[in-house]
Ligand binder design. Structure first.
Ligand code: ZN
Length: 200
């Protein structure tokens, strides 16, 4: 914890002065262009991998970058998506998975999650992701294949949200799927052509 407090001091001393103009502007303005939905994994840092400035990204992070399909009711993920798309008017939405995702590994390898019932329950939102994996996928390919299939499946879930469906119909928002590879720092786009569902 101490290194975080020291980090705040370093930020105030070495970083903030160069960006004080930006922060002064951001004090009264919040107009991010992009909704970035990623896994909560500590190794995925949206602002770092995109080199985005403060104010650029509206970020939602969930375990496994899962986006439950829309259902009426109070829900933090639903509210965040609606606020970003309908109120802030973001132009792009990125769903970003990543290599060695713990959530996808647990599903691909069938880990015992009886000690973490909330996690097991939450991962049910990846049922469609698992269903997209082609039969015959080798054990070695399973996790990376599920990571990609999951991004595609969550993009489909995203489109069930009324705010997103409306913006798509009006052509005011575009959806993108990415996978961040931790050891190489590269980002692979999960486009229509590489989505298992459409390739089958
Ligand atoms: Zn993850």
């Amino acid at each position: 914890m101490r290194h975080l407090a020291e980090g705040i001091h370093r930020f105030q001393r070495d970083v903030f002065p160069d960006k004080s103009g930006l922060f002064a502007q951001l004090a009264t303005t919040h107009q991010p262009g992009t909704l970035f939905i990623s896994c909560s994994d500590a190794r995925v840092v949206p602002e770092l991998i995109t080199q985005a400035d403060p104010g650029d990204l509206f970020v939602i992070r969930t375990a496994g970058n899962l986006i439950p399909a829309y259902a009426p009711g109070s829900d933090g993920v639903v509210a965040g998506i609606e606020y970003a798309v309908a109120v802030l008017g973001v132009k792009d939405v990125i769903v970003c998975g990543h290599s060695s995702c713990g959530a996808m590994t647990a599903l691909a390898e069938g880990h015992d999650l009886t000690g973490a019932p909330a996690v097991a329950d939450w991962l049910r939102h990846a049922d469609a992701s698992r269903a997209r994996i082609a039969t015959g996928t080798t054990d070695e390919e399973k996790v990376p294949a599920l990571v990609r299939a999951n991004v595609a499946a969550q993009l489909a879930n995203l489109a069930t949200h009324p705010s997103v469906a409306r913006a798509l119909a009006e052509g005011t928002v575009r959806l993108h799927g990415w996978v961040f590879d931790i050891p190489t720092g590269t980002v692979e786009e999960v486009d229509e052509a590489t989505r298992p569902a459409s390739a089958a």
